[in-house]
Design a protein around this ligand. Structure first.
Ligand code: PLP
Length: 459
């Protein structure tokens, strides 16, 4: 086991103003719910879930300042003052002059890939997120994952497992050229591969190679502030810098970005696409108006833009990030004490259980990640998600390279340390009786993004 030091209780840099009751379904109710949901946890109702770690996307708690911002909504169709505030915050964080709001990250992806890709295009990324991969495929283009080899090793304690294999990228660009590769994308942090950060040094190299080939470089910046926090901790020479300064180093090297504000914007809905390229912007804007809405609201209520403007700034505050990442590490320390295997080092937004070591008696055909997620719900009403064969299909997996993980994503500012202790207990209990966990089989498989709507049955 790699040597990592985990902190004790993370201090909450906020206090509670409003509370929400937590449901407590009985064992029988949970069993019934699983049957009704066809063993797909996306089909559970929130009242059937005790602790919801399905995702940290849009599930955070807004601050009093954000709720106050909602009251400042100027619901003008065109030219709302909320848009100009939102635009100025995004510009000041990223330096990208052209900013378009979208209702969430995948809408930004749709605009970007439909604008830049053609059938047969190739899009390299350190690792595509599920919706990113699906949108590249939707254009008839090919997503290629080029993360460093350590990204696929759940045990190695390399500090920057989100990094791109720069040699592999250079070879791909030499071979295919800018005709075939309309953009290079890098995801910070790498959600699919354990929420791992990308270093400034690596991104500089990526930018150098992309530039040498004349290929635009875009960031999937959903978790850019968490990435900057981990860079600040781990990368030599970065310790004294602020989160915005470190972020800016990435943005200055890139041509644009897509963002889900449901992540490091700490809102319940929203996103954007931003670029330096005015001709790309013109095409993005046409597509935005067609699919989302006029360019000063992009499918959102204007009040939402105001809440994003505040949330984007809050997400860069060091006490906020120390608590957020501290929560992930606190849960890790409790799991470590019980011998539960998870992906190392612990990244920005959740724990990723290492399914192959957790359930070694199950084969890939048993869909072990899904089987484990089902079992965690059955044991204690904890909802998680498989990140593996099911989420990513065979498209991007080459034999043993495919990671098989179950993600426990921690919503921002929502759960307390005692909730995390409860989660650790549930996971540890399943781990102690792991040999009793049976596989599942898929009885219905949709063609795209199968994990959302597939149906399963116990084996
Ligand atoms: C969440 C996420 C997306 C997609 O954003 P949505 O708002 O869910 O559509 C894209 N990339 C990454 C890395 C993400 O985490």
């Amino acid at each position: 086991m790699p040597a990592e030091s985990f902190p004790s209780l993370p201090f909450e840099p906020f206090k509670t103003k409003v509370v929400e009751r937590i449901p407590n379904p009985s064992r029988e109710e949970r069993e019934k719910a699983l049957e009704r949901a066809n063993y797909n946890l996306f089909n559970l109702k929130s009242d059937e879930v005790r602790i919801d770690l399905l995702t940290d996307s849009g599930t955070g708690a807004m601050s009093d300042r954000q709720w106050a911002a909602l009251m400042m909504g100027d619901e003008t169709y065109a030219g709302s003052r909320n848009f100009f505030h939102f635009e100025s915050v995004v510009r000041s964080i990223t330096g990208f002059p052209f900013v378009l709001p979208t209702h969430q990250g995948r809408a930004a992806e749709n605009l970007l890939f439909s604008t830049l890709c053609r059938p047969g295009s190739i899009v390299p990324n350190n690792m595509h997120f599920d919706t990113t991969q699906a949108h590249v495929l939707h254009q008839g283009a090919k997503p290629v994952n080029l993360a460093v080899a350590e990204a696929y090793d759940p045990v190695s304690s390399e500090p920057f497992k989100g990094n791109v294999d720069v040699d592999a990228l250079a070879k791909l660009l030499d071979r295919e050229g800018r005709e075939k590769v309309p953009l290079v994308m890098v995801t910070i942090t790498n959600n699919t591969g354990g929420g791992q950060p990308v270093s400034v040094a690596n991104f500089r190299e990526v930018a150098r190679v992309a530039k040498a080939h004349g290929v635009p470089l875009y960031l999937d910046m959903c978790r850019w502030a968490e990435n900057a926090y981990l860079v600040r901790e781990r990368e030599p020479g970065q310790a004294g810098r602020s989160i915005p300064e470190i972020g800016r180093e990435f943005f200055d090297l890139a041509d644009g970005a897509t963002m889900s504000a449901k992540k490091d914007g700490i809102v319940n809905i929203g996103g954007f696409v931003a670029t330096r390229d005015e001709s790309v912007f013109d095409r993005l804007r046409e597509a935005l108006i067609l699919f989302e809405g006029f360019s000063t609201y992009g499918g959102l209520a204007r009040r939402d833009l105001e809440a994003i403007a505040v949330g984007l700034t809050e997400a860069t505050e060091l006490d906020y990030l120390a608590h957020r990442i501290g929560q992930v590490r606190y849960l890790a320390s409790l799991l470590e004490a019980r011998g539960v295997p998870f992906f190392h080092p612990v990244g920005g937004h959740g724990i990723y259980l290492d399914v192959r070591r957790f359930l070694p008696h199950l084969s890939d055909d048993d869909l072990p990640g899904q089987a484990l997620a089902v079992e965690l719900y059955r044991e204690g009403g904890v909802r998680t998600v498989e990140v593996g064969a099911l989420m990513f299909g065979e498209t991007l997996r080459s034999g043993s390279k495919g990671l098989e993980l179950v993600r426990l994503a921690i919503p921002r500012r929502v759960y307390s340390a005692s909730h995390l202790a409860y989660v650790a207990e549930v996971v540890a209990r399943v781990y102690e009786r792991r040999s009793t966990v049976r596989g599942v089989r898929m009885v219905y498989r949709p063609e795209r993004l199968p994990h959302f709507t597939a149906r399963f049955a116990p084996k």
